[in-house]
Design a protein around this ligand. Sequence first.
Ligand code: PLP
Length: 396
Amino acid sequence: MPGFEVFGDEERKQVNDVLESGILMRYGFDGMRNGHWKAREFETAFAERMQSNHCQLVSSGTSALTVALASAGIGAGDEVIMPTFTFVASFESIMMLGAVPVLVDIDDTLTMDPKAVEAAITPRTRCIMPVHMCGSMADLGALKEICSKYNLLLLEDACQALGGTYEGKPLGSYGDMGCFSFDFVKTITCGEGGAVISNFDHYITNADQYQDHGHDHVGNDRGAETHPHLGYNFRISELNAAVGLAQLSKLDDILAIQKKHYDIMREALDGVTGVTFRRVPETGEENYSFLNFFMPDEATAQIAHSALTEAGIDGCFYWYTNNWHYINGWEHLRDLKSLGTLPSEITEQIQDLNDTDFSQSDHWMSRTISCLVKIGWTEEEVRARAEKMKEALSGR
Ligand SMILES: *Cc1c(COP(=O)(O)O)cnc(C)c1O
């Protein structure tokens, strides 16, 4: 998964372009920047790679989600449906706007179950936010149908699945908007950074303004610009964008290596008693950043995870109890522990998350193990690793 494994001269050269002029900001200072517009260049290149009309870079994946929601006019009291298995950014970005996260069960895709989504819709629902966890996607076709039927926004969190596809389209480009993270452990990294993509002009115009204090970005006198609406500062810096530009040129190589390593590991585990693989929706192709599999039940999954750890296989996760990507780990959300008073829309409308039945999610998560696919391994190392995994899981 991590682009940081291939950090090198290309990144240093891009950053040096910016350091030589000293213009670290993405806007203005036209005469002093030696023609370098790294953020703009990255946006054009990323939109093209993602087969989307537009890209807006921002400061993180979390801010990308907030900016996307804000750009669609989502605000206080609006409900956004999200899965129980995800990164905490999902509910953070929703609650930042006073909107209300509505958590629904996942299925054997390890992403939101379309049936659970439809059952959670109320007159206040505005958006469905699937999260393509650990390299593979939600059932986007089914979710799109639900969105059309109820007139809802489909916002894809593709932060963990950059480069995967569905119906031949890059993940993130299938819904109304898609969000990406370029934090330090993602498929490509800027250090810190994120992106929103969309084919809709009005969302990206709103995003462009919202992420920069509402500036309309018309003309070339920043001080004289008007502000069509309130905004915030979620800007990316030129230094971060410069790193991202170099990383983007390495994306297809990263994906090819991930797939090669994934295939070797998957082949080794195929046929091991008790091991089954996560379902990938029809027409979908993973980005191969993780190999995800199920054990028959919670007890065997616990034993398998310990066996992998004991065999020295690092980077295998048992999310159900050992991590904070599942609702079990979100005590601060379940108990609404906030530094200040939360908007009343949230406190009045939110589910009692300590007392909601997520047994369907528990069923899948308690059996799931996800193993990271690294790109720095040699083929020999991957084969040795795959063999060790097979032995550990076979109980030998
Ligand atoms: C990493 C991640 C984010 C947030 O990205 P940051 O850049 O770290 O803020 C959001 N959603 C998912 C699924 C992620 O993995």
